[in-house]
Design a protein around this ligand. Structure first.
Ligand SMILES: Cc1cc2nc3c(=O)[nH]c(=O)nc-3n(C[C@H](O)[C@H](O)[C@H](O)COP(=O)(O)O)c2cc1C
Length: 152
């Protein structure tokens, strides 16, 4: 069985953590990219009419470009994303809906602008039915992620 690091990053912070961590453990990597990638204006959350706010308020799906081949072969998935609105961005929920999570170990990790991890795992749980493990950790860098993983 093998390990996958799947991540979404709008501004690069989570991408750096995810890529460094994946390299350190020799995991496969899948970048979750929206079919319609976010522009700077799209994620300007201070604008009430920005795309991110419309998606969040409307609980919209955010279709993902591409697909993971042979998802079955992974028993552990590290799922990385920025905290948006105190939880995972909606594109993460859409991504999760596209795969069978039965018996997978999911370790979510997130970067944020200051919020804690809060109820991120609880909110993600309905989208990964059957997962064997689902936990989540706020991290600031890949070292912190590696340290957490050692404790799992
Ligand atoms: C739409 C949007 C919503 C956000 N919501 C939060 C939030 O609720 N709490 C927080 O601490 N940071 C929030 N942030 C900041 C990001 O979590 C933070 O900058 C993160 O490290 C960005 O990761 P990235 O560079 O991988 O996209 C938000 C950013 C955006 C664009």
């Amino acid at each position: 069985m093998s390990t996958l690091v799947a991540f979404f990053s709008a501004e690069g912070t989570t991408a750096k953590v995810a890529k460094e961590f994946a390299e350190s453990i020799g995991a496969d990597v899948f970048e979750i990219i929206p079919e319609n990638p976010y522009s700077k204006a799209d994620i300007k959350w201070t604008n009430p009419l920005a795309r991110c706010n419309r998606e969040q308020i409307g609980k919209q799906d955010v279709p993902v470009a591409g697909r993971i081949e042979n998802f079955d072969k992974y028993d552990t998935v590290y799922l990385g994303f920025p905290i948006w609105y105190y939880a995972a961005p909606r594109v993460i929920y859409t991504f999760c809906k596209g795969y069978d999570w039965k018996d997978k170990k999911i370790h979510a990790f997130a970067t944020s602008g200051g919020s804690g991890i809060g109820k991120t795992a609880d909110k993600l749980a309905p989208f990964v039915p059957g997962a064997a493990i689902l936990d989540a950790k706020l991290v600031h860098n890949s070292g912190e992620l590696s340290d957490w993983v050692k404790t799992l």
